[in-house]
Design a protein around this ligand. Structure first.
Ligand code: NAD
Length: 435
């Protein structure tokens, strides 16, 4: 479906929202949001409502450093939307983080949760700091003071943080403990991504890669390609890339290329992924020097002839410069924002199916939702139950979006935004505007 160009230049669809770099993945997200708003003929007020966060809180975080001096950090928490339920989104520690970046990431979470029918709104948090320059004690103080300043924002029924860039299980444990001390009771449902002994969910670590594989298998099936006959190239061999590689390998797929920051590794006969995982485990997580394949560049990996290409490392990897060289039949976005908006139309014209990030990597937030459910029940599931329910939700989401894609004659990415925005807008119309 193509829209008349003037529909996208309507003044209210040009509402700026957060100020972002034109080529950034967030601007790409906003462009897709505007397109979906046009398809849905969203009324102006609704468009403005969904373009702006409902709450945006900035706090000062003073702590006593190890040298005895006071230092003040800046912390943010943005709730983009809580129409579907309590808000959900990670907290990142980053020296150059801006409020605009946090606002954009919070909106991204709203669409991601809506796509997989997880009953959460979207949020994101950040502290402007470089964790590598902080001692463990300083990191704990920063985390605890941020949590105590955000007591009225976060909460199991309000807004549930999770790990993101430079934050981990330990940071979540400190948040949970600080919140619980203030609440005078243990509240493990206030964060997800906790250690399993503190109420974390089994299967959480592998969830994103597992979800990537579920939607990849569904897409292969739609394309009439057998999983055990397909060829796959994967960029990134971290949490998402390595789990994806292992599970697809177990399905009999031929993984012809893998990569990490050290470069790409290509073997057209297929890479022994068990060997690659062992190699990385024995080399501090790096593939550098892996001899089960020929060395290629990360850029060349993206342009290999294969059935499925899975960018699972960084944003902005497939853009208008290299989109014309992509030979894969299906691209599955394991990473957030690996394909820019300007590359979308080139890939679409070449007949390449893209499974968009807000669907493909939503397995993580889905199992975060399961963690929250288990915490609230005080009853914990087996890993097998977590995996079965995750697979079901991801498969259902894929087919739901495929139906929307067929209904409107649009791409799967456009369908994801149309579905998510339509769902939040419809819920808001029913709830109404409280005044
Ligand atoms: P990670 O840090 O575990 O792994 C990142 C991988 O990318 C590593 O193998 C690293 O070597 C590689 N890499 C870094 N720079 C590279 C470069 N220039 N070229 C090629 N490879 C490079 O991270 P992760 O958790 O696997 O996340 C990967 C992506 O998936 C990110 O975009 C992240 O936002 C997204 N994501 C992750 C999750 C999750 O649950 N982990 C959920 C949703 C989205």
């Amino acid at each position: 479906m193509t829209l008349p160009s003037d529909s996208l230049s309507s003044p209210y669809y040009k509402e700026p929202g957060p100020k972002l770099d034109k080529e950034s993945p967030f601007e790409s997200m906003m462009e897709r949001f505007r397109f979906a708003a046009t398809v849905l003929e969203l009324e102006e007020g609704m468009f403005q409502y969904l373009s702006n966060p409902v709450k945006s809180v900035t706090v000062s975080i003073p702590i006593i450093m190890d040298n005895g001096k006071i230092r003040v950090f800046e912390g943010h928490r943005v709730i983009h939307d809580n129409v579907l339920g309590p808000a959900k989104g990670g907290i990142r520690y980053k020296p150059d983080v801006t409020l605009d970046e946090v606002k954009a990431l919070a909106a991204w979470m709203t669409w991601k949760c809506a796509v997989v029918n997880v009953p959460f709104g979207g949020a994101k948090g950040a502290i402007r700091c470089n964790p590598k320059e902080l001692s463990l004690r300083e990191l704990e103080q920063v985390t605890r003071r941020y949590t105590s300043e955000m007591m009225d924002v976060i909460g199991p029924d309000r807004d549930i943080p999770a790990p993101d860039m430079n934050t981990n299980e330990q940071v979540m444990a400190w948040i949970m403990d600080t919140y619980s001390m203030h609440a005078r009771k243990t509240e493990n449902a206030v964060v997800t991504g906790k250690p399993v002994v503190l109420g974390g969910s089994k299967g959480r670590k592998e969830a994103t890669g597992r979800g990537v594989v579920t939607v990849t298998l569904a897409a292969l099936n739609k394309s009439g390609i057998m999983a055990n006959k397909c060829t796959v190239a994967i960029q990134g061999f971290g949490n998402v890339g390595s789990v994806t590689a292992r599970l697809l390998y177990e399905q009999g797929a031929r993984i012809i290329a893998i990569s990490d920051i050290s470069g790409g590794y290509h073997n057209s006969n297929g890479i022994d992924i068990v060997r690659a995982l062992d190699y990385a485990a024995g080399h501090g997580g790096s593939l550098e020097g892996f001899d089960g394949a020929e060395a290629i560049s990360n850029e060349a990996l993206l342009e290999l002839e294969c059935d499925v290409l899975i960018p699972a490392a960084l944003q902005d990897q497939i853009n208008k410069r290299n989109a014309g060289q992509i030979k894969a039949k299906i691209i599955v976005e394991g990473a957030n924002g690996p394909v820019t908006a300007s590359a979308d139309s080139i890939l679409d014209e070449a007949g390449i199916m893209i499974i968009p990030d807000i669907l493909a990597n939503a397995g993580g937030v889905t199992v975060s939702y399961f963690e929250w459910v288990q915490n609230r029940h005080g009853y914990f599931w087996t890993e097998d139950r977590v995996n079965r329910r995750l697979n079901r939700m991801m498969r259902e989401a894929f087919h739901r979006l495929f139906d929307v894609k067929e209904q409107y004659g649009i791409t799967l990415r456009q369908a994801a935004y149309v579905y998510a925005i339509g769902k939040v807008a419809e819920t808001l119309r029913l709830r109404g505007i409280y005044a």
